[in-house]
Design a protein around this ligand. Structure first.
Ligand code: ZN
Length: 297
């Protein structure tokens, strides 16, 4: 009996060793996958998170005494509002009109042109990357003219967006990298991971996230950041919502409550706004209406 028992223990020890070897092999495999395919690791993690947490959407109705109804002309003439192009929805189904004029300027003296509304945010993001990772955050592509997009489409018809379907034509998108780590390799550098996790703090979203291909029609691009501004960037990234889905969920008769902000998307002859706010941004949505964002303090 004693002998048999001893033999059993020995078998258990063997099984233990095999288990340790299997676990080590699994850990090594996961490590190798996350090194060589960091985008796959992110995709699995984000898809699991997205399935667990459905986006929270809280709307707020304002009483009649708390709102104004203005004509489009009156709304566009408001003086206590920042008008910009931050919330344009641009994709294959929502192309820019041929006469679209992007509000762009040169960033410092870089020869890089970008939309005026994103410059401060890009400067702050680049300063943070420099401070935390000791690397410059470079831009390989920012604003593109219609002609430049035509040329890119001619050169790479399989991957390039159609003319007037690229948000690079608005100057709102930046393809970013740090030296030696461009494209999908951006995620192999901690700066790339930071941009993917925290760019929303600077008003940018990962426009083509790992979980968004069905909605955006474009597979994961960890290098393409798109300015939308606060609080939209925070809401979209925290709730794992693409810009397409976010625009769909913005109410036109009430306001989406996002932190201290009220957001609405309206179109037509008249527009309903709160009577008071601390600051406001109004942007056309490229679908015939406007996205209005009110900071209520
Ligand atoms: Zn891009």
């Amino acid at each position: 009996m004693a002998k048999k028992k001893k033999k059993g223990l020995s078998g258990g020890a063997k099984a233990g060793i095999i288990l340790v070897i299997l676990l080590a092999a699994a850990a090594l495999t996961l490590g190798l996958i996350s090194y060589f395919q960091p985008s796959l690791t992110i995709q699995l993690k984000e898809e699991a998170e997205r399935n667990l947490h459905k986006p929270q959407s809280v709307t707020e109705s304002l009483g009649e005494g708390d709102t104004w109804t203005l004509s489009e002309e009156e709304m566009l003439a408001l003086s206590n509002v920042t008008f910009d192009q931050s919330m344009l929805l641009v994709n294959g189904s929502h192309k820019l009109p041929a006469d679209f004029r992007a509000d762009v300027a040169e960033y410092k003296t870089s020869t890089v042109f970008m939309n005026r509304c994103i410059m401060d945010s890009y400067a702050r993001l680049a300063a943070r990357i420099r401070q935390d990772f000791d690397e410059p955050l470079y831009v390989s592509s920012a604003y593109r003219t219609r002609e430049e997009q035509e040329e890119i489409l001619r050169e790479s018809p399989d991957v390039a967006q159609e003319v007037d379907a690229s948000e690079h034509q608005c100057g709102l998108a930046l393809d970013v990298y740090v030296p030696q780590y461009a494209g999908a390799g951006f995620l192999r550098h901690d700066a790339g991971k930071f941009v993917n996790e925290k760019a929303w703090e600077f008003g940018f979203i990962i426009r083509y996230p790992s979980y968004g291909e069905k909605e955006t029609g474009i597979s994961f691009e960890p290098w393409h950041i798109r300015y939308v501004g606060a609080p939209h960037a925070q809401y979209m990234m925290e709730n794992k919502v693409t810009l397409e889905a976010y625009m769909e969920m913005l109410p036109s008769d009430t306001f989406l409550k996002v932190g201290h902000y009220l957001v609405t998307r309206q179109s037509g002859d008249t527009y309903t706004l709160p009577k008071t706010w601390e600051s406001a941004v109004i942007s056309p949505d490229n679908c015939g209406g406007y996205v209005m964002t009110f900071y209520m303090g």
